[in-house]
Every structure is written in structure tokens, then in C-alpha cells.
Design a protein around this ligand. Structure first.
Ligand SMILES: [Cu+2]
Length: 331
């Protein structure tokens, strides 16, 4: 995020040169909501149970970022093999950075006892404050579907806690900021909640779900989906988010057994490593036919590695046993 901070500073300098500050984006201004002290969890009619939704943020720090204001426009819950049920249609704004160590009320709904398997959030927008400048973040999708079990007993209370992880959600993208939400999703059954001044306190209950769910650059949501902090993120003119993922070099192992290279032909990508391990009692060598690499004599249990930095087909042999031959195909 240090890069992000510098970038925003650069934008300020550029707008200063043309003598005109960048106009604030329409609809980007959000005031964190105030939940009335009088807000209480609604009464539970007979034959129903209750699901309460809370929001929190274990945020530690991001350089230069002093606010992450999110508007959640709609909260829905999906009944297993059933329909979507609206828990809240009232847009609520939260500054995620003010939620450290606290759980704020998001929504509650009385539902038929049973199993529920998905929560859907409609995100109205996210404003990020970097070095005092507010920027409307670009989201891959405004719909964030979280899959995870919620069970509701008659007259029982269940709790869905959404712990946003801004340090994994926010990404610099040239002059823009991308917010691809990553949330730790936790649910409890048979819990007791108290609500005071918009803050929730949970007592007891047994936990059903605890997992980290995210959104990828295409708006797909699920376990393990997210934009990585190692990705290079860009936003094109149509608002589409593209990412460039660094290529991670791989290592392939060739086992030398019974006077043979196994496999005797391997395919790798440029930058990959090939590792040879000698399992024979006899010593062998791995010697490139063109002389570009040579292991020297490799005793039993010995290994040799070579990194292939150029594409091509490399043939090699054992200089002790002329019949032992192998090939590395580098693409
Ligand atoms: Cu040999």
C-alpha cells in the first residue's frame, strides 16, 4: 500500500499543475451510518428462529489508508434447496477501519427453522481514503455471495459474522483502487446476542462455519478466490479489471534408477528447475551434450539441479555410461 500512497500523492501534484482538482465522483460520498441506541433485535414470532448479521474488521494497518467506507445495500440469505430471503434492504455504511475489535449490527431476519447455505451482499460502493484523498474503488462485482452453513432452531438465534480483510481486498491499479472483498465468514447456532448502540456482543453458541471467502477479478466468489497481493492489477476504460499473475517457477525431478533417467524426457517452462536424484549404487553424471551443464560424478543419493533459462531441446547423457540418455524440452 506504500505504492498506493505515493500514487495518490502523485495525482494531487498533477492536478495542482493544471490548476484544477479532480472532481469528486458522483455518489461516492458516504457518511458512516449511525444505528440508533434504540435499535433492538426484533421480536421472534412463534414458529421462527432468528439470524443476525454482524460486521467486523481485524484490520491492522495499511500505509496511508485512513478510511475504507463500504455501503452494503442489501443482505439476503438463501434457504437450502429454497429461495433467497431479504434480511435487510436498507443501505448501511461502515468505515471498516473503525470496526477493529468490535462487531456492528448489519441486519436481522426471522426465518423458518432449518438450514441455510448462502449469504448474498449487494455492495453499493467502497470509498477509500488515502493520504486524506477519497477515491471511489472499482469492484469486480457488486454482488458478493458467501457460501457457508447457517442453521436455525425454532426460537433460537443464529449469528453470521462477516470479518472484512481490507489488507487482502484493496489493490492499487494504476491511478485507481480496486476493492475485491475478502471476508472471514463465521456462523454460530444457538447463540445469545445483545445489541447496544449498534454494537453486538455474542455469548455462547456453537460454531458452524469459519472460512475465508473472496472475490476474483471477474467477480467470481468463493473459497480461495481473490486477487493476490502479488498480482499486478489494472482497470481498463470500460472498468474491466485485469490481473497479471507472476509466474512461479517450478521444479521437476528426474529419478535415476537402474541405469535410466526416469522420465528420460521432461518438459518445463523457461525459468524452471530440473533436479536429478541418483538412486543407483553406481555413480552417474548428468552431462549436457552441448556442454551447457554438467553435474560431475554423482554418488548414490546425490542430486543435481539446473535452471533452464532459455527455450530449446537439451539432450544430455551420463559420461560414465554412454547408453544413458535424456532430454529436457524447455518451452
Ligand atoms: Cu551413469
Amino acid at each position: 500500500m506504500r505504492k498506493l500512497a505515493l500514487l495518490v500523492l502523485a495525482i494531487i501534484l498533477v492536478s495542482g499543475c493544471v490548476g484544477q482538482a479532480a472532481p469528486a465522483k458522483e455518489g461516492a460520498t458516504q457518511t458512516p451510518e449511525t444505528i440508533s441506541d434504540a435499535t433492538v433485535l426484533s421480536a421472534m414470532p412463534a414458529g421462527t428462529g432468528k439470524i443476525v448479521f454482524g460486521i467486523t474488521d481485524k484490520f491492522y494497518s495499511l500505509d496511508g489508508v485512513t478510511g475504507v467506507m463500504i455501503t452494503i445495500g442489501k443482505v439476503e440469505i438463501h434457504q437450502e434447496n429454497g429461495a433467497w430471503i431479504a434480511a435487510s434492504l436498507q443501505p448501511r455504511n461502515y468505515d471498516l477501519l473503525s470496526l477493529k475489535g468490535v462487531q456492528r449490527f448489519l441486519a436481522d431476519v426471522n426465518v423458518a427453522p432449518g438450514s441455510y447455505d448462502q449469504v448474498r451482499l449487494t455492495i453499493g460502493g467502497v470509498d477509500v481514503v488515502v493520504n486524506g484523498q477519497t477515491t471511489a474503488a472499482v469492484l469486480p462485482s457488486s454482488t458478493f455471495t458467501l457460501t457457508g452453513k447457517v442453521s436455525v432452531d425454532e426460537k433460537g438465534m443464529s449469528y453470521v459474522l462477516l470479518d472484512f480483510l481490507p489488507e487482502q481486498s484493496l489493490h492499487e491499479a494504476g491511478t485507481k483502487v480496486v476493492f475485491a472483498p475478502v471476508v472471514n465468514y463465521k456462523t454460530w447456532q444457538e447463540t445469545a446476542l445483545t445489541l447496544s448502540n449498534g454494537y453486538l456482543n455474542r455469548n455462547d453458541g456453537h460454531q458452524l462455519s469459519d472460512k475465508t471467502l473472496g472475490m476474483d477479478a471477474n467477480g467470481g466468489t468463493g473459497l480461495g478466490l481473490q486477487i493476490s497481493n502479488d498480482d499486478t492489477v489494472a482497470v481498463d476504460e470500460s472498468g474491466r479489471i485485469t490481473i497479471t499473475r507472476p509466474i512461479v517457477a517450478a521444479t521437476k525431478t528426474v529419478q535415476i534408477s537402474n541405469y535410466q533417467f526416469g522420465p528420460n524426457s521432461v518438459s518445463v517452462s523457461v525459468g524452471d528447475t530440473v533436479r536429478w536424484v541418483n538412486n543407483d549404487d553406481a555413480a552417474h553424471t548428468i552431462t549436457a551434450d552441448d556442454g551447457s551443464f554438467a553435474s560431475g560424478s554423482l554418488p548414490k543419493g546425490g542430486s543435481f539441479e539446473h535452471v533452464f533459462m532459455t527455450a530449446g531441446i537439451f539432450t544430455y547423457h551420463c559420461s560414465i555410461h554412454a547408453l544413458m540418455k535424456g532430454t529436457v524440452d524447455v518451452e
